[in-house]
Design a protein around this ligand. Structure first.
Ligand SMILES: NC(=O)c1ccc[n+]([C@@H]2O[C@H](COP(=O)([O-])OP(=O)(O)OC[C@H]3O[C@@H](n4cnc5c(N)ncnc54)[C@H](OP(=O)(O)O)[C@@H]3O)[C@@H](O)[C@H]2O)c1
Length: 275
C-alpha cells in the first residue's frame, strides 16, 4: 500500500493515467497533489480525481514524499530549474517518466545523494496495461525502489534495469512498440481486405487475434516459439503463411529496433544528458 504523499509536476496524459491508477489502488485523494502551469488543466484533474491542485513552486513536501516529473522531455529543463529548491527533505524520492532524460541530467539539478528513479512507460499505460522499465540510482534505498515500483505497477507491468544505458533498447522495444503493433494491425487488415473480407470484419479479426495471442503468450509458461510450433501443422495453412513471414520478419525487427535505439541515443545527446 502506498502511504507516501505524491506530487505530480505535469498534469497531462501520463499524470492522468498514473493518478487514475493510484486512485484505483486505493491511494487517498489528499495524498496526491498536481501542478501544471495551466490552472484550468490542473484544477480539472484535481476535481475529477478528488486530489489537490498545487498552484505554485516552492511548496514543501511532507517527509519521505515522492515527486513525479511528468512533463514533456522538452519541458523538463524548465521543470528541473523551477522546482530545484522546492523539495529538500533528504527522504524525498524523485520519479521521472520523461522519455530520454537521464538520471544524471536530473541529479545535476538536485542535491547530492537525492534518490532518483527514471522510468520508461509506454502508451497502454493510459488504460492500465502498460509496460514500464525502471532504473534507480545508487542513492535510492530498497524501500524507495519498492515505492517507485508500486506507483508504476498501478498502470501495468514493471521491469527493473540494472544499467541505465539499456533504456535506449527499452525505448526501441516497449516505448515505440505500440506503434509497431498498430502498423502490423494495419498491414493485416489491408491484406485481409485484399483476400475479400470487408474492412470492419478484417479489423475486428486482426485486433482480436493480436489481443488473444498476446494474452495467451502472457499466460503461458511456454515460449512464443513453442506455442507457435503447437499451432503449426506441417504442410498446413499456418506453415504456408509463416514461410512468407519468416523470410523478412526477423531482419526487419532487428533493423527497426536498431534504428529506434540509435535515434533514442541521439535524442539523449541533444537533451544534454552527457555530463
Ligand atoms: N503519453 C504517453 O503515453 C507517454 C508514454 C511514455 C512516456 N511518456 C512521458 O511522459 C511525459 C509526459 O507526457 P504526456 O503525454 O503526459 O505530456 P502532456 O500531456 O503534454 O503533459 C505535459 C504536462 O506537463 C506540464 N508542464 C509543462 N511545463 C511545465 C512546467 N514548467 N512545470 C510544470 N508542469 C509543466 C504541462 O502543463 P499544461 O497542462 O499547463 O500545458 C502538461 O500538464 C513525457 O516526458 C513523455 O516522454 C508519456
Amino acid at each position: 500500500m502506498i502511504t507516501q504523499h505524491i506530487i505530480f509536476i505535469g498534469a497531462g496524459h501520463m499524470a492522468r493515467a498514473l493518478i487514475a491508477g493510484l486512485r484505483r489502488q486505493g491511494v487517498m485523494g489528499d495524498q496526491i497533489q498536481v501542478h501544471a502551469p495551466s490552472a484550468p488543466r490542473r484544477d480539472a484533474l484535481a476535481a475529477e480525481f478528488g486530489i489537490r491542485s498545487l498552484p505554485a513552486t516552492a511548496q514543501k513536501l511532507p517527509a519521505h514524499g515522492v515527486v513525479i516529473y511528468a512533463a514533456k522531455p522538452k519541458q523538463m529543463p524548465s521543470v528541473l530549474t523551477e522546482w530545484r529548491h522546492s523539495f529538500t527533505d533528504a527522504g524525498v524520492l524523485f520519479l521521472s517518466v520523461a522519455a530520454g532524460i537521464s538520471s544524471t541530467r536530473i541529479a545535476a539539478e538536485l542535491d547530492a545523494g537525492t534518490a532518483i528513479v527514471r522510468s520508461m512507460p509506454n502508451t497502454p499505460t493510459q488504460i492500465g496495461v502498460g509496460a514500464t522499465a525502471l532504473y534507480a540510482r545508487d542513492t535510492t534505498s530498497a524501500e524507495q525502489r519498492q515505492i517507485a515500483e508500486s506507483i508504476m505497477a498501478a498502470v501495468g507491468k514493471v521491469y527493473w534495469l540494472s544499467d541505465e544505458s539499456l533504456m535506449d533498447a527499452v525505448t526501441a522495444l516497449s516505448g515505440s512498440g505500440p506503434a509497431y503493433v498498430l502498423l502490423f494491425l494495419e498491414a493485416l487488415e489491408d491484406a485481409a481486405v485484399l483476400q475479400g473480407l470487408d474492412r470492419p470484419t478484417a479489423r475486428a479479426l486482426a485486433v482480436q487475434t493480436v489481443l488473444g495471442t498476446a494474452q495467451m503468450a502472457a499466460a503461458s509458461v511456454s515460449s512464443p516459439t513453442e506455442l507457435r510450433h503447437q499451432v503449426t501443422s506441417p504442410g498446413g495453412t499456418t506453415a504456408a503463411g509463416l514461410a512468407a513471414w519468416e523470410e523478412h520478419l526477423r531482419p526487419l525487427a532487428q533493423r527497426a529496433l536498431a534504428a529506434a535505439a540509435e535515434r533514442s541515443r541521439a535524442l539523449g545527446d541533444i537533451k544534454g544528458n552527457t555530463p
